[in-house]
Structures are given as structure tokens and as C-alpha cells.
Design a protein around this ligand. Structure first.
Ligand SMILES: Nc1nc2c(c(=O)[nH]1)N[C@H]1C(S)=C(S)[C@@H](COP(=O)(O)OP(=O)(O)OC[C@H]3O[C@@H](n4cnc5c(N)ncnc54)[C@H](O)[C@@H]3O)O[C@H]1N2
Ligand code: MOO
Length: 394
């Protein structure tokens, strides 16, 4: 069976970063820039006052000095004169300063009588002026290798960039398979259960910026599977769940093969998630998740997420962290075991406790888990207090 690391390399080889499109800033939140944006201007474009007060030349900035107020500078309305020695200019926050070597004295620190101001005996050392270009210069480029944040959009707007080139969103088609499945809100028969996998996978994919097409449940027969695979045409990534194992009704691999799946692998040394399959199918990558909800989730976290990052033009992320085992834990078998676990604060590392019941159908435990405790394949028993690796769940 394929080790997890090799399976990851293989799924990443199935996808390439998608093409680009231009979107306006209002639609760029969470998108990944594909080309650098260039600052169209210098910010601030002039040296400006950071306070409301009086601009005076440094030569006049003396304890107790008296000056005459000559004019006014406000944000958007610069003073158009040239102050001479002994003159002050009333100035407001955001206004361009009227000369090169000045300071802004806060209005609450001066005494004003008519057009005359008197400076205090104790002067501030800060000049209260924001120098031209202290934020960024015209021509500077910006292209973070992460999804754009609200703050990034503010920066781009300030750069006078109205639209950006971003990667196209990956289109992910999600297909649940199984005669036993009905959708939430429907009435299940006595031998049926509710489809939960599609909701986990859709939410994970959407949170990664994908556009999700949730397709109808495919039944465990060839015609139904073919029909639903056909509906997935146009997607960048087709994600199935269920029907991946060796049972007589596990037809996903077979039907996908008939429809042209170029399989990269099937079955990996991972618990849960053993029957994972992946390949290329026409213009799309295909990821066949196991049916058990925990297995599907762990595979989505470990493989779907990196695939979506690559499609979106994002670099690989390293999510593995260290923690201290809070309880003894037994040896592992021939598969790397990703155990649902909880985290408690600890210094310097958090403490991790795996759940006793690791049945891969238990959604309640999956929901309570903070992380997956990673137990390498073939590892011996581990004692409380030992350092281990975890994958935090968000
Ligand atoms: N003889 C063997 N049997 C099994 C093996 C094996 O190696 N030899 N592997 C086991 C492992 S490991 C897993 S994992 C499962 C996965 O099998 P499939 O991918 O074929 O999944 P199904 O049989 O279709 O379903 C498994 C289980 O999950 C439920 N399910 C399916 N889809 C959904 C959904 N969308 N939402 C909620 N629950 C779902 C389904 O009802 C089953 O209970 O195979 C083992 N068997
Ligand atoms: O490995 Mo399966 O994925 O036990 O649940």
C-alpha cells in the first residue's frame, strides 16, 4: 500500500494552477493573485499633518515663541502660500504641509488670541508629520502568496489598483454514492442513512475558495454512476465518496475506469482512508474518497486541501504541529493512523488526548475533535509525556 507522503505527491501531480481572470476589488476577497499589482502612486503623495494644530517652521519652534496665523490647510485643500519666518499655518489632519522644514504643534498645546498663537514652554519632540512615501512608493509591486484579506484590499485600493488578476476558482463536483443514502430533510427508509459526506467536503472546498457543484446522489449501479459522472463534466476536480472499497457494490473505480479514468493509485497505507483512489478523468482530476464519513474527512483534509491549494496557485502549507501525549497509546499497524483527538493548553506544547473510540463512522467524535493525532505506521506504543505530531482541525 502507498505511504501517505507518496500518495500526496501523486495527487499533487494530477493538478496544475488554474488560469487567471480579472476581478474588481469588491470581488477579490479570498482570491489568490496571479500577477503582481503595481502601486499607481506614492502614498502618502505629499508630506502631511498627522494632527489638528498649527504648522510652523522648525526655526520658529522655540519655547514660548509667538507667531501669526497666516492661512489654513485642510485635507483636500492645501495652503497655497509660502509661510515666512514668524508665521504659522492653521492645519488639520490629512492636509499637505506648506513647507519642507516644519513641525505641527497640537492645537491643545498652544494659546491662541485672535491671529496670534503662543507656543508652550515645553515643546513636543515629535513633528507630527507623515513623510511623503512612508507607506509605499509608486511602482512598488504587491502579490501575496495567500488568499487576499480585507487588509490587502485596503492596500490595493490605496495603490489605486481597481482590479486584480487572480486565479480562477477551482470548480469541484461532489458525488455521493450509495443506495443507502438520502439527503438531509428527506425521509430515510429503514435501511437507509443520511448523506453527510457531501456537506463536509463541500464546506471544506468552499472554505478553500472552490466553487462547489453538489450533484445528485449516485446509486450503486453503473447507469446511475455514469449519469452522475456525466453531470460532473466541466469541473476541475471530481470528488466521489463511497463505493471505493472491494465490496460487490463498490463500483466507483470500475465505472470511472470505463469512462476513461487514468488511475494514479488505489489504496493507501492510511487509517482511516485506506480505499482512497485518484487519477485524471478527461479534463478533470478525480479523487475517490472512502464512504465512511471520518475516512472521507481525513482524506479531504490530507489530499483535497493540498490539491485545491495547488489549483488556486497557493504554495504548499505545513500544518503539522507538535504536542505532548496526555495518555498512553498503543502501537500502530501497517497504516499511518490519524486519530481524532482533543487538545488542552500546555506549556510549551499543548497536550493531546485521543478518543477511545476511533470508529470511522462516528461523526459525533469527529465534530468534537480539535486535531488528528498522527501515529506513524509501524510505531510502537507511546507513553504519556512523549512528544508527538498533530494536525490541527479548523
Ligand atoms: N473486505 C473489506 N471490506 C472493507 C475494506 C477492506 O479493505 N476489505 N475496507 C474498509 C474500509 S477501510 C473502508 S473506509 C470502507 C470504505 O468503503 P467504501 O468507500 O466502499 O464505502 P461504502 O461501502 O460505500 O460506505 C462505507 C460506509 O460509509 C457510509 N457512507 C457512504 N457514503 C456516505 C455519505 N455520503 N454520507 C454518510 N455515510 C456514507 C456507508 O453507508 C457505509 O456505512 O470499506 C471497508 N470495507
Ligand atoms: O480505513 Mo477505513 O477508511 O477504516 O475507515
Amino acid at each position: 500500500m502507498l505511504p501517505v507522503e507518496e500518495a500526496l505527491e501523486k495527487v499533487l501531480a494530477l493538478v496544475e494552477p488554474l488560469g487567471t481572470e480579472r476581478v474588481s476589488l469588491r470581488h477579490a476577497l479570498g482570491r489568490v493573485m496571479a500577477e503582481p499589482a503595481t502601486a499607481q502612486l506614492t502614498q502618502p503623495p505629499f508630506s502631511g499633518s498627522a494632527m489638528d494644530g498649527y504648522w510652523i517652521d522648525v526655526a520658529d519652534h522655540l519655547p514660548g515663541a509667538t507667531l501669526t496665523v497666516e492661512g489654513e490647510a485642510a485635507a483636500g485643500r492645501a495652503y497655497d502660500g509660502t509661510p515666512t519666518p514668524g508665521q504659522a499655518v492653521r492645519i488639520f489632519t490629512g492636509a499637505p504641509v506648506p513647507g519642507p522644514n516644519g513641525v505641527v504643534v497640537l492645537q491643545e498645546n498652544v494659546t491662541r488670541e485672535g491671529d496670534t498663537i503662543t507656543l508652550p514652554q515645553e515643546l513636543e519632540t515629535h513633528n507630527n508629520i507623515r513623510p511623503k512615501g512612508q507607506d509605499f512608493a509608486q511602482g512598488e509591486s504587491f502579490c501575496p502568496d495567500r488568499p487576499l484579506t480585507a487588509r490587502d484590499l485596503g492596500l490595493l485600493a490605496a495603490m489605486n489598483v481597481a482590479a486584480v488578476a487572480v486565479r480562477r476558482r477551482p470548480i469541484v463536483a461532489i458525488i455521493a454514492t450509495g443506495d443507502e443514502l438520502v439527503m438531509p430533510g428527506e425521509e430515510p427508509g429503514p435501511d437507509q442513512i443520511i448523506c453527510s459526506n457531501s456537506f463536509i467536503v463541500a464546506a471544506l472546498a468552499e472554505r478553500m475558495g472552490a466553487e462547489v457543484r453538489m450533484l445528485p446522489i449516485a446509486r450503486d449501479d453503473r447507469d446511475s454512476l455514469r449519469t452522475v459522472f456525466d453531470l460532473a463534466k466541466g469541473a476541475d476536480l471530481v470528488v466521489t465518496s463511497g463505493g471505493a472499497s472491494v465490496g460487490a457494490h463498490d463500483l466507483v473505480g470500475e465505472v470511472a475506469g470505463e469512462l476513461g479514468l487514468d488511475r494514479s493509485f488505489w489504496k493507501i497505507a492510511m487509517r482511516p482512508g485506506k480505499p482512497l483512489m485518484a487519477g485524471r478523468m478527461g479534463d478533470a482530476a478525480m479523487l475517490g474518497l472512502p464512504g465512511n464519513p471520518v475516512s472521507a474527512t481525513v482524506c479531504a483534509e490530507l489530499f483535497l486541501r493540498p490539491m485545491l491549494r495547488k489549483l488556486s496557485g497557493l504554495p504548499p502549507e505545513s500544518r503539522v504541529q507538535q504536542a505532548i501525549l496526555a495518555t498512553d497509546t498503543g502501537p500502530t499497524g501497517p497504516r499511518t493512523h490519524y486519530m481524532r483527538a482533543t487538545l488542552a493548553p500546555g506549556d510549551p506544547l499543548p497536550r493531546v488526548t485521543p478518543f477511545d473510540n476511533q470508529d470511522s463512522a462516528m461523526l459525533s467524535i469527529l465534530s468534537q475533535a480539535d486535531c488528528l493525532l498522527i501515529r506513524p505506521l509501524g510505531d510502537g506504543p507511546r507513553k504519556a509525556g512523549e512528544t508527538v505530531e498533530i494536525l490541527p482541525l479548523d
